[in-house]
Design a protein around this ligand. Structure first.
Ligand code: SAM
Length: 214
């Protein structure tokens, strides 16, 4: 979902550094061959994730929701020399597709893919993360936040995608719309949590940026 008029989006696209040739092919082939390609972060959000990663130079990044591996490659660009990105997805059908693109990048050796349900894998991770990107099922946003906040270093950052949920967060909600209710509950929860500072960026479908207080 894009909230900006198409010509403004096109202008922002034109004045954002281009994707690498590899990311461009991954983006195109995801749209050509994979279900629900709207889930892929895309050009501007991908460059944003890369820029944030370069600003932090993280040693450990956690991504929840790999899909075809586009955002993993973007986030991995800014990793410190000996850094590692762990990315989790439960869809085994996408693993080979994602890996086939990672293998074409020198960043491949820094990407650790873990197949399974995120809520099961997160408690098993013995790492301290500098940067976390939450981009999986919206119903579990709050669960993922609870499971990773103690694994995030003080001063570390969490980015959460789709927090504007195509604008549904300001519309009247059916009691059965559990995804929208979950996004609303998550936004309220982190806004009220004294352990974090938050900025809701209206980029694409909305990105919540959180910084864990020292
Ligand atoms: C929006 S896509 C991720 C897009 C990717 N981050 C990108 O920007 O290119 C969400 C992904 O989360 C995965 N997912 C959904 N629920 C999950 C769960 N409970 N555990 C692990 N992965 C899950 C889906 O299989 C899907 O590939």
């Amino acid at each position: 979902m894009d909230f900006l008029p198409p010509d403004i989006t096109a202008y922002a696209d034109a004045y954002t550094s281009p994707e690498s040739e590899l990311l461009c092919r991954l983006n195109r082939n995801t749209h050509a061959h994979i279900m629900a390609p709207r889930m892929l972060s895309g050009h501007i959000q991908g460059r944003f994730l890369s820029m944030i990663s370069w600003m932090i130079r993280p040693h450990r990044i956690l991504e929840i929701g790999t899909y075809t591996g586009y955002s993993a490659l973007c986030l991995a660009e800014g990793l410190a020399d000996n850094g590692k990105l762990i990315t989790i997805d439960h869809n085994e059908e996408l693993e080979d597709f994602a890996r086939s693109y990672w293998r074409q990048s020198p960043l491949n050796e820094k990407i650790d893919f873990q197949l399974g349900m995120a809520a099961n894998i997160l408690p098993t991770l013995n790492e301290t993360f500098d940067l976390v990107f939450i981009d999986a099922d919206k119903r579990n946003m709050s669960t993922y936040f609870d499971l990773i906040i103690d694994k995030l270093r003080p001063g570390g950052f969490i980015l959460v995608d789709n927090v504007l949920w195509s604008g549904k967060i300001v519309e009247s909600i059916k009691p059965s719309d559990s995804d929208t209710l979950a996004v609303l509950a998550f936004n309220q929860k982190v806004h009220d949590d004294p352990r974090v500072e938050n900025v809701l960026l209206p980029v694409r479908d909305g990105i919540m940026m959180l910084r864990k207080r020292n």
